[in-house]
Write a protein that binds this ligand. Structure first.
Ligand code: UDP
Ligand code: MN
Length: 266
C-alpha cells in the first residue's frame, strides 16, 4: 500500500459528482498515488457505490460544522460551516503524507511532486494573499494535530466561519515562515484570477496544474447542452469547464443511476 494519498471531501451527492470528476482527472494526469474520499452519512448509497469504484478508500466521518452564521454571512457563503468536516483528514494516519484537494478541483497536469513538500504547504488566496487557500494543501496525518485543531476550533472558532479561516489561524506562520511552504499559484489557480489578471493568465496559463472552481457557481451547476456537449460559460473559464464536463460525460455520467443523473447540468 502507498504511504501517500490524495484526499477529498463530499458531504452530499453534488460534491460527490465533483469528487468523481476530480478522481478521474488525477488518473488522466497519470498520478501514481491513490485517492481517498471522506464522506458524511448524508451521501446516498448509490453515490457511495460510484465513489468506491474510483477511490482507493471511502471513509465515513461525522459532520463537523462551525455553525458560525455571522462570519459566514460576511463571506456570503452560509453553507460553508460544514467545511470544518475537512479537518478529519488529519485522522488518515494510515498514510504518512497527503495532499488535500477540494471536490471543486480539476487536476490538469501531473502534480505528484507535491508530496515532496512539507506540512503545511499551500498556495496564496487571491482575496488575501497572506492567507493560503485551503482548497489544496499538503499535510501530515496525525491524531495529535487533529485533537489540537478541534481544541483550537472550540476555543477560537474561525475568522471566516469556514475551514480556511481556522487553518490559516492554526498554521499562522505560513505567511512569514518557510517559503518552501508557499506553493506556486499554478497549483491552485482559483477561477477568480481569470477576471482579475488576464494577461498573467495568458502568459503563464499553459503551465497551469490545478484549476479550482471557487464560489457558488460550481461546474456541475453550469448550463450544459447535451446535444452539442458544450458548456455555456464565460470565455476564459470555458476551456476548463469544458474539460470538467468532458470527463463527467465520458467517465462519470454513464455509470450514474437515474436518481443521480439529474443532479448535474440543466
Ligand atoms: N464541501 C462539501 N459539502 C458542502 C460544502 C463543501 O463536501 O456542502 C467540501 C467540498 O470538498 C468542497 C470543500 O468542502 O470542495 C470546500 O467548499 P467549497 O469548494 O464550496 O468552497 P470554495 O472553494 O468555493 O471556497
Ligand atoms: Mn473549493
Amino acid at each position: 500500500m502507498s504511504n501517500r494519498s490524495w484526499v477529498t471531501l463530499a458531504t452530499n451527492d453534488s460534491y460527490g459528482l465533483g469528487a468523481l470528476v476530480l478522481a478521474h482527472s488525477l488518473r488522466r494526469a497519470g498520478s501514481v498515488y491513490p485517492a481517498v474520499v471522506l464522506i458524511t452519512p448524508s451521501v446516498t448509497e448509490a453515490m457511495r457505490e460510484r465513489l468506491r469504484a474510483v477511490f482507493a478508500e471511502v471513509v465515513t466521518v461525522d459532520v463537523l460544522d462551525s455553525r458560525d452564521a455571522a462570519h459566514l454571512a460576511l463571506l456570503q457563503r452560509p453553507e460553508l460551516g460544514i467545511t470544518f468536516t475537512k479537518i478529519h483528514c488529519w485522522n488518515l494516519t494510515q498514510y504518512e503524507k497527503c495532499v488535500f484537494l477540494d471536490a471543486d478541483i480539476l487536476v490538469v497536469q501531473n502534480c505528484d511532486e507535491l508530496f515532496e513538500r512539507e506540512e503545511l504547504s499551500a498556495a496564496p488566496d487571491v482575496g488575501w494573499p497572506d492567507c493560503f487557500n485551503s482548497g489544496v494543501f499538503v499535510f501530515k496525518p496525525s491524531a495529535e494535530t487533529f485533537e489540537n485543531l478541534i481544541k483550537f476550533a472550540q476555543e477560537r472558532g474561525s475568522f471566516d466561519g469556514g475551514d480556511q479561516g481556522l487553518l490559516n489561524s492554526f498554521f499562522s506562520d505560513w505567511a512569514h515562515g518557510d517559503i518552501n511552504k508557499h506553493l506556486p499559484f499554478l497549483y491552485n489557480v482559483t477561477s477568480a484570477a481569470f477576471y482579475s489578471y488576464l494577461p498573467a493568465l495568458k502568459h503563464y496559463g499553459q503551465n497551469l496544474k490545478i484549476i479550482h472552481f471557487i464560489g457558488a457557481a460550481k461546474p456541475w451547476l453550469q448550463q450544459f447542452n447535451w446535444e452539442s456537449r458544450h458548456v455555456d460559460a464565460p470565455e476564459h473559464l470555458r476551456e476548463f469547464l469544458q474539460l470538467w464536463w468532458d470527463l463527467f460525460v465520458s467517465q462519470v455520467h454513464s455509470h450514474l443511476d437515474v436518481s443521480m443523473s439529474g443532479v448535474a447540468g440543466n
